[in-house]
Each structure stands twice: as C-alpha cells, then as structure tokens.
Ligand binder design. Structure first.
Ligand SMILES: [Ca+2]
Length: 653
C-alpha cells in the first residue's frame, strides 16, 4: 500500500469506526413507550414511568413519527383501559417511511380496552330481584370533562355480569317464542293472540322482535294495541311501522316472535331491565352470582377505536397486537326500532331499482372502525361482549391484515368490509382491495341482530378470507358480494379458502355456510370444510346451502369443498349467471379436512371449551385413545399441511 493511502486509512479508520458505531446505535434506538393502568399521563412514558392512557401515547407518537427510522412500539401493560370516548387515529398517526406504529400487549400481559362502566351498589328488592340507580353511578374518574356534556339519561341495550352477557328482559324466555296470527298490510298492524298481551307499565319501551321468513328480522316498538275477540292488533311505532310494511319480504303469518324490555318480563335468572325514566336498573341473578362482588358492566360507547384518514391521505401502517376490546352498545334501535336487511345492514327505505348504486340503510357500527385506511394490521386481539359489530373495514380500505383474532359474543357481525356498498364508485379509491382476513376464530356473533354474519365483504376486490373458523351463529358464516344482479361491479378476485364453518344458520334461513351475490369475476371458493348445518325450528320456508350462490352470482369457481351433515343442499344455486364453475365438491378430502380452519401457528387462539381433542390424563382408556388419535391427527395435519401449501398456492396465486 502506498504511504499516502496508508496514512489516509490511519486517519479514516477511527472516524469510520465511530460512524459505524453511531449507525449501529441508531439502528437499535427503536422508540418505545409504555402505558399502564397504574401510570400517569404526566409521565414521560418510559418503562419505569408509563403513561396512563392510549390517547396520551397516540398524541406523543404523533410528534415522533415524521421521519421514522424504526418502528415505534407502544407497550400496554395488563389491566383495564376504560375509554371516555372513541379513540381516533388519522393520517397524522401513521407510520412513515414504510415503518409501523405498533400498539401491543406487554409480553405475557392482557390489556383490556373497555367502553363500559362498572355498576355497583346493588340492593336486594322483591321477588329475588336486585336494584341499583344508574343515575348515581359515578362517571369514570378519568372522564369527568366529557361526561359532563353527556345527557343525564343513561341508556344501554346490553349488560354483562362476570363476563357473561345478561338477557334484556323478555317473554317468553330465552329459546321460546310466540307465533304471529296474521300480517295486516292494509292497516299496517300485526295480529297476535290476546293472551300474549298484558298491562305493561311503559308500553312505548316494549318491542316485538319478529324472525322473518328468511334472513330478515324486525324489532318493532309498540305504539298501541286493540283487542278484538281472542286477538290483539298491534300498531308499531314510526318509523319502523312504515319501514317494515314497505319491505319486500315482511314477516308473515305464524312467524316466531318474542316481546322485550318491560319490567313485567323480568322473571328468569340472568334477565335485566333498565327503566330509563327513573334510571333504575333491575337484575335477577343467576345461581352462584353474588351482586356484592360481581363485576357488572354496562356499555357506554358504540365505537372504541376509529382509524380514519381521507381518500387523499389514508391512515397507514398502524398495528394493534394482543389487546382485548370489549363493551360497546348501539342505541339507534331505541329511537328507530330495527328492520334488519341482511348481513350488517338495516333497512330504512325502498331499494334502488338497480340495487348496485350505494345502498340505502343503516350500517351496524363496530367496536373497531377502519375507513380510508391501509396497511393496518390487527393481530391476535380479542373482540368480545359487543353490542354492535366487532370490526368494520368501512370503505377505501386497502392492504390491511386481520390475523389470528378472536371475535366472540357480539350483537352484530364479526368482520364487515365495504359497507359503503357502492357497486361502481366513480372514485375507484373507495373500493376495498387486497385485504387479508386469515386465521381468525369467530363465534357467537349475531346475538341481538340475527341476520348478522361472521365475515361480510360487499363489492371488494381481491379480499382473501382463509383459514378462519366460524361457529355458532344465527345466519350465514361468510357472505361475499352484494346487489342481487349479474351486472358489472367492483367485486372481483375474492378468495374464500380453507375456512372451517360449522353450526351456523342456527336461527334463520335463506343463507349459507358461505353465501355469495352478484357478478364477481375471478372469485374462488376452494377447500372449505362446512359441517353441521341443521335447520332450526325458527327457520322460515327458504332453504339453505352449505355454499349458496344467490341471485346474480356469476364467474365464481366453487371447487374442492367438503360438506358433512348439511341438512339442506351442499351447494345451492339460485338465479345465477351461466359462467360459474362448480366441480369436485361432495367428496371427503383428507387434505381439506386436516388443512381447513386455523393453521397450526394459530390453533392456540381457539377457546379451550371448543377444542376437538380432549386432553389425555391418567389411565383413562378413552383419554389414552384420544391422545393416540390426537397424535395421529397431528402427524396427518403436518403431512397434509406440506401438501396443502403447494396446492394452495397453485389454487389462487
Ligand atoms: Ca322473562
């Protein structure tokens, strides 16, 4: 080496070393914040001095995310995070330079974001009932300012006792129904048996909940009733009276119904009633519940988290990992009744003739709302005890991932995409594209709104719905497409593959384990395992399908799906286009049986009580046989999984 170059390197080497050291330091200097229920928003958010609220962390991150060199991670410690109001993330809260803002559970801990209010101070009263005034319920300590602007009258439509949903007082009791006598379309009233009507203290708060012939449900508040002989004619309150009688498929004669929300209906353990005039809440405890120590929660909020940018500047690159979201309600049915249309939609007016322009009607709100949002990731979160839907990807959502989440005990739908339901939007940025819904466990949705579905996608492009497990719901498991017409629209190239769907359609009819509508070129329904769909006594005259291609469905491939114990048809076709491909279904494929549902890396999210293989213990011969079976199945699963990955890619990539 020439002398001058050696001298140069002697000078440069230490400088280079320092520079490299600085680079290494920068690379490891990931920005991290901590939040804890024991923290304080005056703290710096360090590990030893954490923040108290998610909102504070969001505000601080907003000042740190302009030129990100690493992900910013916000750890939430275990415990409760009661929200005063919906937490909103917009484009200013986005990750930049392709990096992410990650809100995640501190390892091994369970942070719970709740929109509910603890109810304490119960006193025993007559007939085994307990009573508390919700007027005297203290507002959340952190929410004084926002609560002062709230109306004095507390309202909610759900109540949870020790983590279990209580029953809004009804008659007949849960699982039983009266039957309508006739449907008087001329006078817009409903005929029922006279013996089913009593003298109820607050008539205008009582609602009839009627299960329609197909998917439709109606909650009609009662304006008045008039006895005639052995009948009573019920006149519903407006606007639901007009809406139900102009709907194309109104409930008909002999349909099941029950009455809800009168003090006089409160007779079964687990039932509750809120008198919104006196603000007294009543509850009849279930066996074993001690209201002195029970955790009773009334939901206050309708939406917990809203991620919403704009079409020009979407909110981007935000992740939520390992959090629990619970306790919401939806109050609109208190003032408008509820005429359920299908999936996450409520009917409000006559439909447009073409049915592909933006669809009129209310959308069920969700605990977690995404709109004009992209590259959002929700992973291994739990959404439970909710009075609306769980997750809405409302409109203009692209490249989002919902992976390994648990959704359970929800009044409305699980996951709904494209609720703007505009078949051919002029601004194509509104179309939801390339969202992935994978390895989620969804059960017990539709607990108040029986036309809800586990996963709904409207006019979406390249939505991937794979390896989810859906069970125990009143209507369809997965519903893709909208509009009832074989005409051009934005829906295309959706993939519904390797889902495991069972015990759905357990109240309603006219649906499917997987249900589709309208033209969707390139859509594939492949390798799903659908089993145990039985017609319940409440179902109307319409038939179901394990897979149901309903009106206008066209250019869809249905292949290699496995059906077991599906009571109506495995594949039902109704008013379809001529270019669907239906092949190689109705065979028992071991490859599908072992691959469908949660993949091995996510099977831990399945609630233990629904596990399919009992744990081995002691010398119990049947347990030992089960263990041997489990081992065989695991080996089969692994072998099948390897084969499946190869096959799976070929199917839809
Ligand atoms: Ca009752």
């Amino acid at each position: 080496m020439p002398l001058h170059r050696r001298r140069l390197s002697l000078v440069l080497a230490p400088l280079l070393a320092v520079h490299l050291a600085l680079l290494a330091a920068a690379a490891s200097a990931q920005v991290t914040y901590f939040v804890s229920p024991e923290g304080n928003d005056g703290n710096p958010g360090s590990k030893s001095k954490p923040f108290r609220t998610l909102e504070k962390a969001r505000s601080v991150v907003r000042s740190e995310n302009r030129r990100m060199k690493n992900d910013i991670v916000v750890y939430l410690h275990g415990g409760e995070y009661p929200l005063c109001d919906t937490v909103v993330f917009d484009q200013q809260d986005s990750g930049t330079n392709g990096l992410s803002i990650i809100y995640r559970a501190y390892p091994g801990e369970t942070p719970v974001v709740t929109g509910g209010q603890r109810i304490k101070g119960w006193k025993a009263t007559t007939n085994g009932l307990y009573k508390v005034s919700v007027r005297s319920t203290q507002p959340l300590a952190l929410c004084t300012a926002s609560d002062s602007s709230r109306p004095n009258q507390v309202q909610f439509r759900q109540l949870y006792v020790n983590g279990r949903r209580a029953v809004r007082a009804r008659t007949p009791n849960t699982g039983e129904y009266y039957r309508l006598k006739s449907w008087d379309t001329v006078n817009k009233r409903v005929e029922i048996n006279r013996s089913e009507v009593g003298h109820w203290g607050r008539l205008n708060q009582v609602a009839m909940i009627i299960l329609g012939r197909g998917v439709n449900q109606a909650n009609l508040r009662i304006a008045s009733f008039s006895p005639v002989g052995t009948s009573t004619f019920v006149v519903p309150v407006e606007p639901e009276r007009t809406r139900i009688f102009e709907q194309e498929y109104p409930p008909k004669e002999a349909r099941p119904y029950y009455l809800e929300n009168a003090f006089e209906f409160l007779d079964a353990p687990g039932e509750w009633y809120l008198d919104t005039t006196t603000q007294d809440l009543f509850y009849k405890p279930r066996p074993g519940e001690d209201l002195a120590s029970a955790v009773v929660v009334a939901p206050r909020l309708e939406t917990l988290v809203r991620i919403q940018g704009t079409l020009d500047a979407p909110a981007r690159h935000i992740q939520f990992h390992g959090l629990t979201f619970e306790h919401t309600t939806w109050l609109l049915p208190n003032s408008e009744g509820f005429i359920g249309d299908q999936a996450s939609i409520a009917f409000t007016q006559r439909l447009p003739a073409d049915q592909t322009t933006s669809y009129p009607g209310h959308r069920l709100p969700a605990a977690f709302h995404l709109e004009s949002a992209s590259n959002i990731r929700l992973e291994r979160n739990t959404f439970q005890h909710l009075g609306g839907s769980a997750i809405n990807l409302y409109a203009a959502t692209q490249d989002n991932t919902l992976l390994g989440n648990v959704i359970a005990d929800v009044s409305g739908s699980g996951i709904s995409l494209d609720l703007n339901l505009e078949g051919n939007p002029k601004d194509t940025r509104k179309v939801s594209r390339r969202n992935v819904i994978s390895n989620n466990y969804i059960s017990k949705i539709g607990r108040d709104y029986y036309q809800s579905v586990g996963i709904m996608a409207g006019y979406t492009d390249t939505t991937v719905i794979e390896h989810n497990e859906l069970t125990d719901m009143p209507y369809s498991g997965i519903s893709v497409g909208w509009g009832w017409a074989d005409v051009p629209n934005a829906a295309r190239n959706n993939v519904i593959s390797y889902n495991k769907i069972s015990h759905v359609l357990n109240m309603m009819a006219d649906g499917g384990g997987i249900y589709t509508l309208s033209r969707q070129p390139g859509t594939q329904i492949v390798g799903n395992h659908i089993h145990d769909l039985k017609r319940p006594p409440t179902a109307g005259g319409f038939t179901n399908g394990g897979i149901f291609l309903d009106e206008g469905s066209n250019l869809i491939t249905v292949q290699d799906n496995v059906f077991q114990n599906v009571e109506d048809m495995n594949v039902k076709l109704h008013k379809n286009g001529t270019s669907n491909v239906i092949r190689n279904n109705d065979v028992s494929s071991l490859q599908v049986l072992t691959s469908a549902g949660l993949e091995p890396a996510y099977r831990d999210i399945r609630p233990p009580e629904t596990g399919t293989v009992p744990a081995a213990s002691g010398r119990n011969p049947s347990a030992m046989r089960s263990a041997a079976l489990a081992a065989s199945l695991t080996l089969l699963s692994l072998l099948a999984y390897v084969g499946y990955r190869v096959h799976h890619r070929r199917c839809w990539v």
